[in-house]
Design a protein around this ligand. Structure first.
Ligand SMILES: N[C@@H](CCC(=O)N[C@@H](CS)C(=O)NCC(=O)O)C(=O)O
Length: 339
């Protein structure tokens, strides 16, 4: 009881904390503070990642990633604005400064990191290229796709992964390149291609929104590339890069310690050193990144741990956690020590 009271008092003291004054050491952070919102690029068409709900609120893992940045910088996860970007224009929009962060299922590749003046702050979701076919096609393996017409977005990493896969297996394919995601899906449904290829998560989400008709589509078992979906920022603002990267680690560290949106206030009474630093009870962790020391608390309280985000966004779409488990549970997500 005593511990609970202590936690409640602490939680009150933590609520509504002010944001840091100007002078974070990051031009992007300063601009966000001045503007009062974080601008994020999303697709707005991908269930589980970014799709507006019936109230028009953007939902998904990518959308929540944006919210963690708002929670960290502004102390308020609601202060986000989502800018719809396409597979092709997303990089130019980030380069041009129309958004602060690109959270749009964007695969981390050498070419993108080396050529665009942009950097990947971390991996939000470990994915891979998949193929969706109609159940009536009778196709059960990607190896049966020799000579197939493949619907794919131009400028996507999928386009390159598909080309590599077919070449490696001495198979031919005919790319049907369509920019607009709704149009790609339409073309696939209309039979203009034999298979629709993109990130397996995107295909699972697309199949999911078919509802009763989901059974008409089959996600082939082969995952033919690594597609680590990351979060991009402009090069040249190392402080902001660090911050965005640590907003990602906060969710993982919270999950490691069993912290959730629901129990984070009780955790304010914890004596576990890393939890205390994570919540800003001791150490100068936030300041080192140009934000308030309670940035971790705000993220967990307002958006949640990675497990919370997964539960809210990905579980309904039916994608198994797989590689996206924590490192100590057989997955790949691993955060450095918060100290
Ligand atoms: N991870 C791929 C994404 C591929 C992509 O953009 N696919 C299209 C066509 S399905 C799309 O709009 N996806 C929406 C999304 O992934 O949120 C990349 O970085 O290139």
């Amino acid at each position: 009881m005593k511990r609970f009271l202590r936690a409640s008092v602490l939680a009150l003291a933590f609520a509504g904390s002010p944001v840091l004054a100007q002078g974070s050491g990051s031009a992007t952070i300063d601009a966000i503070v001045k503007r009062g919102e974080v601008l994020c690029g999303t697709s707005g068409v991908t269930p589980g990642f970014s799709l507006p709900d019936s109230q028009g609120v953007m939902r998904g893992l990518d959308a929540d990633r944006c919210r963690t940045v708002a929670a960290a910088v502004l102390g308020d996860a609601r202060r986000t604005r989502f800018v719809i970007t396409t597979t092709q224009n997303r990089f130019t929009i980030l380069q041009g400064g129309e958004i602060d962060v690109l959270t749009r299922a964007v695969t981390w590749t050498l070419g993108r990191e080396g050529n665009l003046g942009l950097s990947f702050a971390g991996i939000n979701f470990y994915d891979g290229t998949g193929f969706l076919v109609k159940a009536t096609s009778g196709i059960t393996s990607a190896r049966q796709l020799d000579g197939a017409a493949v619907c794919v977005a131009p400028g996507s990493s999928t386009e390159l992964a598909v080309a590599d896969y077919f070449r490696q297996h001495n198979m031919k394919f005919n790319p049907v390149l369509i920019q607009d995601t709704a149009e790609i899906r339409g073309a696939y449904l209309a039979g203009r291609c034999d298979t629709y290829s993109t990130d397996a998560s995107g295909l699972a989400g697309y199949r999911f929104i078919q509802g009763d008709r989901a059974g008409e589509h089959v996600l082939l078992p082969e995952v033919v590339s690594k597609e680590p979906l990351g979060v991009m920022v402009r090069k040249g603002d190392a402080k902001f890069f660090d911050l965005v990267r640590w907003t990602m680690f906060v969710g993982l560290i919270a999950e490691e310690h069993g912290l959730t949106q629901a129990n984070v206030d009780q955790a304010l009474a914890s004596n576990v050193p890393e939890i205390r630093r994570l919540l800003g009870l001791e150490g100068d962790m936030g300041r080192a990144l140009g934000v308030d020391n309670r940035f971790g608390y705000h993220i967990i309280k307002q958006v949640g741990s990675y497990a919370d985000m997964w539960q809210r966004n990905i579980v309904p779409v039916g994608i198994p956690r797989g590689l996206n488990r924590l490192w100590n549970q057989g997955g790949l997500h691993y955060a450095p020590p918060l100290r």
